[in-house]
Design a protein around this ligand. Structure first.
Ligand code: NAD
Length: 285
């Protein structure tokens, strides 16, 4: 994949697949050097093998919910490519699910560690590198329509995404004097493994019955928004949430009552595409 022009460095968390991988591919096409961090080494191997960009692409197997993992990722970008210009805090899992009366503290906390602590850590360490570099930067966080609604996802997941939206605003204000912009993208139903888990009809029924826009939400469509937020074209945009949901928020979602109703009959923990199996406990009728 030849670069259009050699520019700057983007770090992508959860870039082994789905939205993160689409963003990594878009950044490569735009001429960035890209460092991808993901917990799933199989996805990392595929990424390196399938993208012909060895000189501008690095993969690190890291857990970005742990501070040393995020520090290693940022340090790698600084050592390999001389700094960090764009940080895409995107790694996430579905996390704890089931009725609130059945959820364990451990699963609740683990969901927050992956979906929200990782965004704090990514912002902290990317901002340090951006400030040290002296040329500003752009941080983009993946939130969700679940972060601003009661019907867009399970309780812990939605709360983490609300937290991501809040952190986006507070850090945008704090980092503005350093010319570091911080924004969030809130996807709707996006056709990735996190959502369809091998069942394409799962997201298609949302599109047909809930989402006003007729096309399926794709990782590439979100990557295009991320690329714009990262770019100089968005130079006056900071502290913003960009909805990319095919009009679902405009139509007011009831996703939990619709396609996620089965989550009320079980509880447990979904580890997303990390390679770790979901833990499922069926509830008595
Ligand atoms: N797919 C959707 O419909 C949708 C909608 C709204 C928001 N989102 C958000 O978009 C982001 C990306 O989701 P996706 O659909 O591409 O999912 P995905 O499962 O395809 O990709 C997520 C990646 O994150 C990685 N990851 C998970 N925990 C990690 C950790 N602790 N450290 C490092 N890597 C880790 C996984 O291994 C996986 O490769 C998530 O934050 C998700 O909550 C997705």
């Amino acid at each position: 994949m030849p670069p259009t022009e050699r520019r700057s460095t983007a770090v992508v968390t959860g870039g082994g697949g789905g939205i993160g991988r689409a963003a990594a591919e878009r950044f490569l096409r735009d001429g960035y050097s890209v460092v991808v961090g993901d917990l799933n080494p199989d996805r990392g191997r595929e990424l390196i093998a399938e993208l012909d960009a060895a000189d501008r692409l690095r993969f690190l197997e890291v857990d970005v919910s742990v501070e040393s993992g995020t520090e290693a990722l940022i340090a790698h970008a600084v050592e390999s490519f001389g700094g960090v210009d764009v940080m895409f805090n995107n790694a996430g899992i579905g996390g704890a699910f089931g009725p609130i009366t059945e959820q364990s503290v451990e699963e609740w906390d683990a969901t927050f560690a992956v979906n929200m602590r990782s965004v704090f850590l990514g912002t902290k360490h990317a901002a340090r590198a951006m400030i040290a570099g002296g040329r500003g930067g752009s941080i983009v966080n993946t939130a969700s329509i679940a972060g601003s609604t009661g019907g867009g996802g399970p309780q812990a997941y939605s709360a983490t995404k609300a937290g991501v939206l809040s952190l986006t605003k507070t850090t945008a204000v704090e980092l503005a004097p350093h010319r570091v912009r911080v924004n969030a993208v809130s996807p709707g139903a996006i056709y990735t493994e996190l959502l369809h888990r091998g069942r394409p009809e799962f997201t298609d029924s949302w599109r047909e019955q809930i989402q006003p826009w007729p096309d399926r939400g794709t990782a590439e469509a979100i990557a295009d928004v991320v690329a714009w937020l990262a770019s100089d074209e968005a130079r006056f945009v900071t502290g913003a949430e960009v909805l990319a949901d095919g009009g679902v928020i405009a139509a007011a979602p009831r996703l939990v009552d619709h396609d996620l109703a089965h989550l009320r009959t079980m509880s447990g923990m979904a580890w997303g595409n990390t390679g770790r199996a979901a833990e499922v406990r069926r509830l008595p009728e």
